[in-house]
Structures are given as structure tokens and as C-alpha cells.
Design a protein around this ligand. Sequence first.
Ligand SMILES: CC(C)(COP(=O)(O)OP(=O)(O)OC[C@H]1O[C@@H](n2cnc3c(N)ncnc32)[C@H](O)[C@@H]1OP(=O)(O)O)[C@@H](O)C(=O)NCCC(=O)NCCS
Length: 176
Amino acid sequence: MKLTAHSAAESADSVRNVAIADLLDTCFDSVHGGRTYYKQVPHERLLVWSGRDLIGHVGMDYRMVRVGEAILPILGIIDLCVAPPARRQGIGAALLQRAEERAKAQSFALAMADDQRLYHGTGYSLLPAASVTFLAIDELRSHSVIRRDLSDIFMVKQLGGDAWPDGQIDLLGYLF
Ligand SMILES: CC(C)(COP(=O)(O)OP(=O)(O)OC[C@H]1O[C@@H](n2cnc3c(N)ncnc32)[C@H](O)[C@@H]1OP(=O)(O)O)[C@@H](O)C(=O)NCCC(=O)NCCS
């Protein structure tokens, strides 16, 4: 098994891009529509290969977000996925850990998670209140700026610095 890291600027490798798009479609019921991204290309990716097969992926978004009056550097976890035959072997947890290590300068890692089992086991927790403003993107078009209560999916892990402050959250961009 081999783990590789890639920045968005390196994304011209067509073999790798086909493998990423195939894995995303397999793991997320084809909502990515054959693309290597859902709403936006991540700044970085970590990939896990077994021979020529891509078996693990995580996208990383580096961003400043506003929480009340505080401006915080965060790592956004995007499209974390592991090929079905390779699941429950620790690859998902290892990808999360490596992503967090690469983003040490960020104060928090954020993940929007419907299935929270992996995140709960790796130090993430739901915020008790998460009123979130973000840019809604629909069918690859900027749609509107909206505010939603995301307290059922908005997971946070502290990577350094102070605790998560109180206040309304403004993602200063799209919801990854
Ligand atoms: C979620 C996902 C990435 C987990 O990958 P993985 O490599 O199987 O995860 P790990 O083996 O590192 O699991 C770590 C822990 O997470 C929890 N976990 C992960 N998947 C689980 C499952 N299907 N059922 C129960 N617990 C699970 C367990 O606590 C597990 O530890 P354990 O095996 O010692 O019990 C993978 O199931 C996947 O790709 N799912 C589809 C895409 C998806 O939903 N991605 C998350 C987007 S937010």
C-alpha cells in the first residue's frame, strides 16, 4: 500500500484523475457525475494505492472562516472515502490523521458528516449549535448565500490554539 500527496496544480495526470473520479462515484453513489470533485477542486489530496488500484482518497481545503468575531484557519475535509473491499482496515482513519498532520498550522479540522462513526472515533465532535452561512453551489453554478442550522453534520476537531469560540459561523465560501 502506498500513500501519495497531490496539490491541485498537479491535477493534469489523466490516469490519476480517472481513478479518483471512479472511486468517488463508487463511494458516493455517482453524485460526482464522473468528475474528480463535487463542487470545487480541493487544494490538496491524499491518495492510497494498492498496486495500480486507488483505494483511498481525502481532499483538503485550506481556508479562513469566521466564528462570531474570530477569524480561524481551518482544514476542510472533503470526500473522504475508501473502496468497499478495503474498508474496516484503518485506511480511513489513517487518511484523516495524515491530512491533519499536513495541516498543523490550521487551528481546526472541519468535516460535514452524515455518518459520524469514523469521526467520533478520531477526535471530532458535533458542535452544540452550528448556524452556518455559506455559498450555495448548485449544478456548478453559484446559487446564493444561505444560512442553515448544520448542527446535525458539522464536526470539529481542534488541531491547535484555543477552543472553538461561540458565535455564528461564516464559511467564507462553499460548503465542502
Ligand atoms: C467512512 C469510510 C471512509 C471509512 O473508511 P474505513 O477505511 O473503513 O475506516 P476505518 O477502517 O479507518 O474505520 C475507523 C473506525 O471508524 C468506524 N467505522 C468506519 N466505518 C464503519 C462502519 N461501516 N460501521 C461501523 N463503524 C465504522 C469504526 O469505529 C472504525 O474502527 P474499527 O474498525 O476499529 O471499529 C468508508 O466507509 C467510506 O468510504 N464510506 C463511503 C463514503 C463516506 O461516507 N465518506 C464519509 C464522508 S463524510
